[in-house]
Design a binder for this molecule. Structure first.
Ligand code: KG4
Ligand code: ZN
Length: 349
């Protein structure tokens, strides 16, 4: 079964062709990062316009990339089309969803609307189809930080979510404050390697209710306050490629900040383990690209005998292969969605 996946929930226009749920024939991602850099974050109206400009080109490139690898692949070979329904930016979602529905309607093939978070969850199975269940699955990105219990891949049950900022958002916001560029996660990861992660002990959030959550806005405010009170100034943009020219105060702040965010993610997973049989831990979403998070998660949970699985780095940030992979789980059971299904910016799994 060949599925064309489309993703347009935020600032990437993406298309992918996925065969039988796990062979990626092609995966094309047109990033809008350059458009949003001057604003230090995604501007929704600009994102929608970019998706409109890029979607046809991205899908064409997807067929070309697949065909260049072997047999020619065209629209006639596609068995089903899937697109992200939500959560995300409403205008951005509507572009991909409407494009995908129109194409599926014209071709008289099934259409599947996919939850973006289930796409991230499915990205782990693209790489590790035999990752054992039951699992705990952490989706940690710029828009989301949620922990799920996974008894089967297509039915995640949310155990905890952030009460305020997502982990990636906290990285992006401190980077914006310190004028390090957008997105903040990769630049903080690179610079944090040159700082001392124990230099500053940022507080971890305390929750008074019974539920367990994540929260990143407190640590973000502490880091901003620390920068202000210790006069940690935004660096010269030219020095960002030469960490030896940056102040130890800045590098220590970034290393400590990243490390404390990772502490909280690991603590959250650990709380999810309590009283639950868990055969593997999965971590996906843009922040799961972070090598320090990968190293520490693998070290921490392997000491408890639980393997940790990540998607390959290229599938951590938003892509359409994960959307097609999530759709495959339903398409192979003969499921599809009605033509009048609409985008839902607040969709929950
Ligand atoms: O999954 P994604 O592309 O979009 C959302 O669904 O939100 O994630 C983007 C987020 C951004 O906040 C970005 O700063 C973060 O992922 N990110 C990273 C790294 N690469 C991307 N965070 C930490 N380390 C990285 N290497
Ligand atoms: Zn995402």
């Amino acid at each position: 079964m060949l599925i064309l996946g489309i993703e347009s929930s935020c600032d990437e226009t993406a298309a992918a062709l996925l065969e039988d749920g796990h062979t990626i024939l092609s995966s094309v991602v047109a990033s809008q990062i350059a458009v949003h850099i001057p604003y230090g974050g995604v501007v929704p109206e600009l994102a929608s316009r970019e998706h409109v400009d890029n979607i046809c080109m991205v899908v064409d490139a997807c067929f070309q990339e697949a065909s260049a690898k072997g047999r020619p692949v065209s629209w006639q070979n596609v068995d089903a089309i899937a697109a992200t329904r939500g959560p995300g930016l409403i205008g951005a979602l509507m572009v991909g969803l409407t494009y995908a529905k129109s194409a599926a309607f014209a071709l008289r093939i099934p259409f599947l609307a996919v939850n973006h978070l289930q796409g991230h969850i499915a990205s782990v199975f693209l790489e590790h189809p035999n990752a054992p269940l039951p699992a705990l699955s952490l989706v940690v990105s710029g828009g989301h930080t949620s922990l799920y219990s996974l008894l089967e891949p297509s039915h995640p049950q949310e155990l905890a979510r952030t009460t305020d900022d997502a982990a990636g958002e906290a990285l992006d916001k401190l980077a914006k404050f310190l004028r390090l560029g957008y997105p903040g996660g990769p630049v903080i990861e690179r610079l944090a390697r040159h700082g001392d992660p124990k230099a500053i002990r940022f507080p971890l959030p305390k929750f008074t209710d019974q539920g367990f959550h994540f929260s990143f806005s407190g640590i973000k405010s502490s880091a901003v306050r620390h920068a202000q009170t210790h006069t940690v100034l935004p660096p010269d943009p030219g020095d960002l490629e030469q960490p030896e020219r940056l102040s130890a105060e800045l590098l220590n702040l970034l290393a400590s900040y990243q490390s404390r965010i990772i502490d909280q993610l690991l603590n959250g997973i650990e709380r999810g383990l309590s009283g639950r049989e868990v055969a593997s831990i999965h971590v996906s979403g843009g922040v799961s690209c972070n090598n320090e998070l990968r190293r520490r998660a693998a070290e921490h949970f392997s000491s408890m005998g639980i393997p940790v699985y990540f998607p390959r780095p290229g599938l951590t940030t938003d892509n359409a292969a994960m959307i097609a992979a999530a759709a495959y789980l339903r398409a192979k059971a003969g499921e599809s969605d009605p033509w009048d299904i609409s985008a839902d910016p607040n969709l929950r799994p």
